[in-house]
Design a protein around this ligand. Structure first.
Ligand code: TNX
Length: 531
């Protein structure tokens, strides 16, 4: 019998634990409970400390590396099945192993998913133990299992992301990771209104962000340039309002079925969809579709430019609220997640009094539909329900209405543009991106403190962080990827990890290059990262 332990062939396979003492001598009885030989970690396999976002605690055990084989089974009872299926899904193509997902305990040694009974469904902590005789991922909730599954995915070599069979060893570094998130909300936003992106692009974006433990995808579904979701009783929203985008392209929309498909796909990756219909401004596409939504009864022409702040629903018309109610109830009905985003930003052609009047009527509709409202921070001027969330997006460090809402118990989602806006240029000299919030390189996206960014909005008020990608200037999937990656990893780590250090992060980020390349992500080689 030859022992191979991290390249050292004569190491005894002992490590001070009782369970391994029996197999130092050979031959061993061939029972399924026998601990297998130590296996060497391939040079290109990540270590437990390479993971992004950085886990809370890592304990490496070199002799406990675990080798996946074609016999490896994933055992995932009941509620653990979704995370088990996810793992099988991402590991099968490159390994070529069947990786059956079975409900019962797996005696043969494999990957065991364990959902601890009676856990809080919001508890995303997990424990991942990788040992020679098997891998155990345990958590108190489904979301915790997903978080652990994302970690496990990253612990396999980048080859696992190639999408086709690679004939090689598949070894996980041994040890234990105990991990939990700093914030419960770690979001990405995709603007599918300024330029429309189809279901497949959205699904790939979900897959790409989910692997870094982004757990919410906010879809900006309507703006001046386009309406992107089918609403029963309002067919012109999609017949007319969807047929445009910035620059005059053909636009598009999601049918209800396609929206549900996106929601379900997101759930299969541990991601929750947050739908946004921006009101009362940013509504030219709706106003173009229905003349009756305009105060003067005249539909404006479609809009394909990029200015903001010129449109408003008619605050004093009854039909405005019939429209809002239909949209809100139908979208709420298709959305299992807790949040519904109602926009509220840059309503520059709505007076303050009208703005409040509008939200006095509309915010209770969201609560009645069973959802927690989120609004861009301008809506902090309105009467935000107790369950409401304020999303801060400006670059200033002071905003009195947001502070007031935070003081009265509303949660704040942090998207300061100079840190989290993925539509901004990376560097001044960069040809692509917006400039109004200044350049946002990876370091800028990484080195900030969400509970210290906005005066009066501290640790108790911050719900989490979100990285929005506005798409006035983004027209293709490659452009989405170039703007999002690798700033997405920075925001993901700010949202998940408690202790963060740029010098350490940039090294780990460089380690993601091969993985992103294998996935076909057209990421930007930010100059601050030692790629
Ligand atoms: C401001 S951020 C907007 C968007 C634009 C974005 C471009 C926010 C709530 N409103 O309408 O797309 O700037 O960076």
């Amino acid at each position: 019998m030859s022992l191979v332990v991290n390249g050292c062939t004569d190491d005894p396979p002992t490590q001070g634990t009782a369970s391994v003492s029996a197999q130092a001598t050979s031959p061993r009885p061939a029972t399924p409970t026998t601990t297998p030989e130590p296996v060497r970690l391939p040079d290109d396999a990540p270590t437990l400390s390479d993971v992004i976002p950085a886990p809370a605690s890592v304990r490496a055990a070199e002799k406990d590396n675990f080798a996946l084989t074609k016999q490896t089974v994933i055992s995932a009872p009941d509620d653990a099945k979704a995370a088990g299926d996810y793992l099988a899904d991402v590991l099968r193509p490159a390994t070529g192993f069947p990786l059956r997902v079975v409900p019962g305990e797996d005696d043969a040694g494999g990957i065991r998913l364990v959902l601890r009974e009676g856990g809080d469904p919001r508890d995303e902590s997990y424990r991942l133990e990788i040992a020679r005789d098997g891998v155990t991922l345990s958590a108190a909730s489904k979301d915790g299992l997903f978080a652990g599954a994302h970690t496990l995915r990253q612990l396999l070599p980048a080859d696992v992301e190639r999408g086709k069979t690679v004939d090689r060893e598949w070894v996980l570094a041994g040890g234990v990771i105990e991990d939990e998130p700093r914030f419960g909300y770690r979001g990405a936003m995709l603007d599918v209104a300024r330029h429309f992106f189809g279901v497949d692009v959205v699904k790939r974006y979900i897959d790409r962000v989910a692997q870094y433990k982004i757990n919410y995808l906010h879809l900006h579904l309507a703006d001046d340039q386009g309406w992107r979701i089918e609403i029963d009783g309002w067919p012109k929203l999609t017949e007319v309002g969807a047929r445009n985008e910035v620059g005059g392209g053909k636009g598009g929309f999601y049918t209800k079925q396609q929206y549900r498909e996106i929601v379900a796909y997101a759930a299969s990756r541990g991601v929750t969809i947050v739908p946004e219909i921006d009101m009362p401004g940013h509504t030219n596409a709706a106003l173009t579709s229905y003349a009756k939504l305009n105060c003067d009864g005249n539909a404006p022409p479609p809009y394909t430019d990029t200015k903001v702040g010129f449109s408003s629903l008619c605050i004093d018309k009854k039909v405005t609220y019939e429209f809002a109610r239909d949209v809100i109830t139908q979208i709420a009905e298709m959305t299992p997640g807790p949040y519904l985003h109602i926009g509220g930003d840059e309503a520059n052609s709505t007076t303050d009094a009208d703005y409040r009047k509008f939200f006095d009527k509309v915010l209770p509709m969201i609560v009645k539909a069973g959802k927690r409202p989120i609004g861009w921070h301008e809506y902090a001027k309105a009467d935000v329900p107790r369950s409401g969330v304020v999303q801060y997006w400006r670059i200033e460090t002071e905003d009195a209405p947001t502070r007031r809402q935070a003081n009265s118990g509303r949660r704040v989602l942090m998207s300061p543009a100079h840190r989290t806006y993925l539509d901004m240029k990376y560097e001044e000299s960069n040809p692509w991106g917006n400039s109004w919030a200044g350049p946002v390189d990876v370091r800028k996206a990484y080195e900030w403190e969400p509970t210290n960014e906005l005066a009066g909005v501290g640790a108790g008020a911050v719900l989490g962080v979100e990285a929005p990608l506005w798409t006035e200037l983004v027209t293709t999937e490659d452009e989405i990827e170039r703007m999002a990656f690798p700033r997405m990893q920075a925001i993901a780590e700010v949202g998940w990890s408690k202790r963060t250090k740029w010098d350490d992060f940039r090294e780990r980020l460089a380690g993601q290059a091969e993985r992103m390349t294998a996935q076909g992500i057209a990421f930007h080689r930010d100059t601050g990262v030692p790629w």
